[in-house]
Design a protein around this ligand. Structure first.
Ligand code: XMP
Length: 326
């Protein structure tokens, strides 16, 4: 609508004034906030923006390719994709404690981002998808509100020695407004209205030690769950079960159980499905998904993902359980 149109022209004007003819770098995570920030800044300054997308191999199925497709191909944004899967897997080998895994993923992410962005000549600005609730939250925690670097990865922020000025064009917006802005800038609606995804990604959805084999099984199981949620429409509300839930995903349990297939006995891993409804993610109810939907997802995962022979549904509320399993 025209109100959003006005907002965009004003924001574009402000970014141009701030940045002048200097170069900007932005860490693209695949998340909504950094994506909308990238689209807005690109609208303002085009090729003066370079995005760095560190792919840690713990994203949803095909997500890395989708990010490249959308930004590099469709929007013509300069994006450097760093395929760091092997590096992350190497660093995570033998580590099973959840907080230790978060720290490793966060630290590695920052190091790779820094070293890649260090290669970009003349970069003077670091752009971030900081939104208003992040500003409030970091002020409330007594951090350096105005200059705390947003971390999707539970680290204290990028080291000061990057010597970059911060560009945060979404600082005054709430999440809903960021989403509307994203749609107005041409980002696909289903991308902009996606469920939240934690920075450490599948690193905290593979319980215990993270292995490439587990990540592959989990990505495929999770994609089936999400596809069925999107395709199943609730008759009363006429909404999909994806839109009726706040967050939904599969969790990989490194536990083997016995099953049968044909004349044979199987001994394979278990996947748990988690779907919650919540306003603020501080408390949450497990979603009462239709049994037919759960049955279909279970059948498909067991038939299509060789290596998984059992699917369970998580019926724990928060509290006392958390939304994620780690
Ligand atoms: P829990 O599991 O604490 O999750 O009930 C609440 C919300 O936070 C997300 N979450 C994270 N997000 N880094 C993130 O960026 C993390 O380490 C992390 N851990 C949990 C979770 O997905 C849910 O939306």
């Amino acid at each position: 609508d025209w109100v959003m149109g006005d907002y965009i022209s004003e924001a574009v004007e402000n970014i141009r004034k701030q940045v002048g003819d200097e170069e900007v770098i932005l860490g693209l995570s695949g998340g909504v906030d950094s994506s909308v920030a990238a689209a807005l800044i690109h609208r303002a300054i085009g090729d003066q923006l370079t995005c760095v997308f560190v792919d840690h191999g713990l994203l949803r199925l095909n997500e890395g390719d989708m990010v490249m497709e959308m930004f590099a191909r469709n929007l013509g944004v300069k994006v450097i994709r760093v395929d760091a899967k092997d590096t992350f897997m190497g660093k995570l080998a033998g580590v099973s404690d959840p907080e230790a895994k978060r720290k490793i993923i966060g630290k590695e992410f920052v190091e790779i981002f820094q070293s890649e962005s260090g290669k970009i000549q003349n970069a003077m600005w670091l752009a971030q998808g900081t939104i208003y609730p992040d500003v409030i939250e970091s002020a409330g925690k007594g951090k350096k509100g105005a200059h705390t670097i947003k971390s999707h990865h539970n680290v204290g922020g990028l080291p000061e020695d990057m010597h970059l000025k911060l560009l945060e064009p979404l600082r005054e917006l709430f999440k809903d407004e960021v989403r509307e802005l994203g749609v107005a800038l041409g980002l696909p609606r289903e991308m902009v209205y996606r469920h939240p995804f934690p920075g450490p990604g599948l690193g905290v959805r593979i319980l215990g030690e993270v292995k490439a084999e587990f990540a592959n099984l989990l990505q495929r199981a999770d994609a089936i769950f999400i596809e069925e949620l999107r395709n199943t429409i609730d008759e009363v509300s006429q909404k999909s079960w994806y839109d009726l839930t706040s967050q939904a995903f599969a969790v990989f349990l490194p536990v083997k159980s016995v099953g049968v297939m044909g004349d044979g006995r199987t001994y394979e891993y278990v996947v748990a499905l988690r779907a919650v409804q919540t306003q603020d993610f501080m408390t949450a109810h497990w979603a009462h998904l239709p049994h037919e939907l759960l049955g279909k997802v279970s059948n498909r995962i067991i038939n299509e993902v060789r290596g998984i022979n059992r699917v369970v549904y998580d019926i724990s509320g928060k509290p006392p359980a958390t939304i994620e399993w780690e």
